[in-house]
Design a protein around this ligand. Structure first.
Ligand SMILES: NC(=O)CC[C@H](N)C(=O)O
Length: 296
């Protein structure tokens, strides 16, 4: 199981609606993934600023950390969302902030980093997770969401998707990988760090590593077809793009819709049923072993 939803807007007039539409899509996928849920939203960015999404252990602890960060980094602005804080800092201060978090706030986890991407994830029913973070009122150009029914690792917040694969990049996964233990060992030798026993975290690390070696995201996804064993539908986000890849057998359900206003992805058709103008959309099942990518 596991449910994936994705919405990539072409029409800027829909941007204020992004969170509301995504929250409804995510709630529709509750029965495919009642364990935990998460989403990445690509909202506004400011030139020269980087956003870190930092997860704390409770709303109170992250609020205290946010106040300390604002005191230690006068250029930082923080926005609190339940257990997460989005911290926007001038690019030249990012590395110092990361070191500060490692040293002063070891209980925190950086779940995402980029100019526009914010990532939120927690254990719980998808509608409750969306509500806690205030997804319905978020605006942006695209969003990717996931509802998890754990197969490969415990039901923890670290095991929830999306996983970040690099700046402004994230991955969600429906399926299970059979060679993730070997791959994790190899990637650790290449210097990558993993927090969980989760297979999707390994897929994210694999893509990060391939891109570090110089491949584009599209090419990294293509070669993943040779290196990742098992079943998977991946949906990936980048600062300006949105991609989909299914393994060569493609037994996990997936459906896509495209109109002049958006491209949408759902693990099942019912995710798409309430989108505006869906009756006029081109609807299709993505082909196996084929990389789909949209950019704006
Ligand atoms: N049911 C799924 O698709 C699970 C995805 C992934 N294997 C996980 O455990 O997180």
């Amino acid at each position: 199981m596991c449910g994936i939803v994705g919405l990539f807007l072409k029409d800027p007039t829909l941007e204020p609606e992004l969170g509301r539409l995504t929250a409804a899509m995510l709630a529709t996928m509750s029965d495919r993934g009642p364990d935990s849920a998460g989403f990445a939203v690509y909202g506004t960015g400011e030139a020269g600023q980087t956003k870190l999404t930092v997860r704390g252990t409770s709303p109170l602890s992250i609020e205290e950390r946010a106040a300390e960060i604002e005191a230690a980094f006068p250029g930082a602005q923080t926005a609190l969302h339940d257990t997460h804080a989005v911290i926007s800092v001038p690019e030249q201060e990012v590395e110092a902030l990361i070191k500060w978090l490692e040293r002063e706030a070891p209980e925190t986890e950086i779940v995402g980093r980029g100019a526009r991407m914010e990532i939120f994830k927690e254990v719980g029913l998808p509608a409750q997770v969306a509500e806690r973070f205030g997804l319905a009122s978020m605006r942006g150009t695209h969003a990717i969401g996931h509802t998890r029914m754990a197969t490969e690792s415990a039901v923890t917040t670290d095991g929830a998707h999306p996983y970040s694969t690099g700046k402004d990049q994230c991955l969600v996964h429906n399926g299970s990988l059979s060679n993730h233990n070997n791959l994790r060992r190899e990637l650790r030798r290449e210097g990558l760090k993993f927090e969980t026993e989760n297979d999707t975290e390994v897929a994210a690390g694999y893509l990060t590593w391939r891109m570090r070696e110089g491949l584009s995201l599209g090419d990294a996804l293509k070669v993943s077809l040779d290196d990742l064993d098992g079943f998977y539908t991946f949906v990936v986000g980048t600062e300006n793009g949105f991609g989909v890849l299914r393994d060569g057998i493609a037994c996990k359900p997936a459906v896509m819709a495209e109109t002049d206003r958006y491209v949408a992805f759902g693990s099942e058709y019912r995710v798409l049923a309430d989108l505006p103008g869906i009756d006029q959309a081109r609807i299709w099942e993505p082909e196996p072993a084929t990389v789909y990518f949209w950019e704006r």
